[in-house]
Write a protein that binds this ligand. Structure first.
Ligand code: ACO
Length: 398
């Protein structure tokens, strides 16, 4: 038993806050969340407006520069990203070192760390121009790395980026095209990528772009605080995102819906989720900050309903998801704990319709979130009050 009186006399007063539920680790001007009202804004602009009236690259620009781009600035930004999407030939060899069945998140995290060795000079980035250049380089290259990681896991040749394609269409093409770029992998053989698919994925990227001090961003800021290479900070964020309690939940949601299998089985699994002696949790439900509907989930639910016919969404999975939602939202267990669907509950059904396999759901989250991590990294570096992340502990040992 710890004698707290003598402990505090020795060490001074500090808070004990596991999971930092009540501790702000920084001040920030990037993203605002009102978890009670279910509101989210990037740089003051509501997420609903960004998701419906602007594209992902405009959102990236907004996060990085604090304002939406003019038409010309957007064109320049877009063009530079297209040119920077290529990977050094040396880096492409790295993929062969991974087993065929490697999870793309493992390959992605490792490849972004490896990227640091190609841009040694970025260790000492110290002014706005260098920060922004580094940001554009990472935003452009991470989709290529993710697509290569996926193609390596299938054992098929890489498709190089195409400077004639937009950011999001380029990624879908690198994922789905046969060598030569004209034909696409799909259940019916050769399929073109449809504009509606590009729009859906672009919206998903926007919704993931930033989310203030979530677990992976906290890791990125923590690594930034030690002075390590910025790419390593991003790679650490990728690793943190992989977990099922965080970004990895999107992969688990679809796996769980498939496991539940039918609407008739939903009640049984809801009962498991409520059982205090059963570790089973409803994936895609609950959030540390939102004590109301996650606004990103609302946007995706609407998008899902709009695209149901056009994208041939899996109606069986949608029915199971709908039943879970209906039962949970009127169940005392979920109501009293403020457990609502979060963003991950809806992404999987849309991504499946885009012919994206489950293992690529979290890499897609990474692509969207990269801009948020870098913006937070830059804010940390520019803040004169930033300090090395070094929490205290309450020692309870011998
Ligand atoms: N299913 C069933 N019960 C749940 C769930 C769930 N998904 N989430 C929380 N609970 C219960 C807990 O058992 C706990 O109950 P108790 O008070 O009786 O012990 C209570 O709700 C509070 O849960 P905590 O784990 O303390 O809440 P915390 O804020 O620490 O965790 C988290 C939030 C990790 C998101 C949690 O809700 C969860 O594990 N959800 C499922 C995974 C998921 O969807 N993650 C994605 C989050 S969004 C994102 O990162 C992009």
């Amino acid at each position: 038993v710890v004698d707290l009186r003598s402990f505090f006399a020795d060490t001074g007063m500090f808070t004990y806050d596991p999971g930092y539920t009540s501790t702000a680790s920084c001040t920030s001007q990037i993203t605002f969340i009102d978890g009670t009202k279910g509101e989210l804004r990037y740089r003051g602009i509501p997420i609903e407006e960004l998701a419906t009236e602007h594209c992902y690259l405009e959102t990236c620009y907004l996060l990085l520069k604090g304002m939406l781009p003019s038409k010309e600035s957007l064109q320049d930004f877009d063009l530079e990203l297209r040119h920077r999407a290529f990977l050094h030939e040396g880096l492409t060899k790295l993929f062969n070192a991974f087993p065929d069945n490697a999870h793309p998140m493992a390959t992605l995290s490792a490849a972004v760390t490896a990227l640091a060795s190609f841009y040694d000079d970025h260790l000492n980035v110290s002014n706005e121009e260098e920060y922004q250049e580094m940001a554009r380089r990472l935003i452009a290259k991470i989709p290529t790395i993710a697509a290569f990681a996926y193609r390596h896991s299938l054992g098929i040749p890489f498709i190089q980026p195409d400077i004639d394609l937009s950011f999001t269409k380029n990624f879908l093409t690198m994922m789905r095209a046969y060598p030569g770029g004209k034909m696409h992998l799909g259940p019916k053989g050769h399929e073109e990528i449809k504009e509606v698919e590009v729009r859906a994925l672009d919206t998903i990227f926007t919704l993931h772009a930033d989310h203030e001090q979530n677990a992976s961003t906290t890791v990125v800021r923590g690594v930034a605080s030690t002075g390590a290479h910025p790419y390593v900070a991003i790679s650490s964020g990728i690793s943190a995102l992989w977990g099922r309690a965080h970004g990895g939940a999107n992969e688990s949601v679809i796996a769980q819906l498939e496991m539940i299998g039918s609407v008739e089985n939903v009640k049984k699994y809801i009962a498991k989720a409520k059982d205090p002696n059963d570790p089973f949790r409803l994936m895609g439900f609950g959030h540390r900050v939102y004590k109301n509907f996650d606004p990103r989930a609302k946007i995706l639910k609407t998008l899902q309903d709009e695209l149901k016919e056009e994208l041939h969404l899996d109606s069986r999975l949608m029915e199971i998801a709908g039943e879970i939602e209906e039962i949970a939202l009127s169940d005392e267990y979920f109501i009293s704990r403020n457990l609502y669907p979060n963003i991950d509950f809806y992404t999987g059904i849309i991504l499946t319709a885009l012919k994206i396999p489950k293992t690529m759901f979290t890499p897609i989250f990474v692509i969207g979130r990269t801009v948020g991590w870098i913006t937070q990294w830059i804010e940390f570096k520019k803040d004169p009050t930033s300090k090395i992340a070094r929490p205290r502990q309450l020692y309870t040992g011998e």
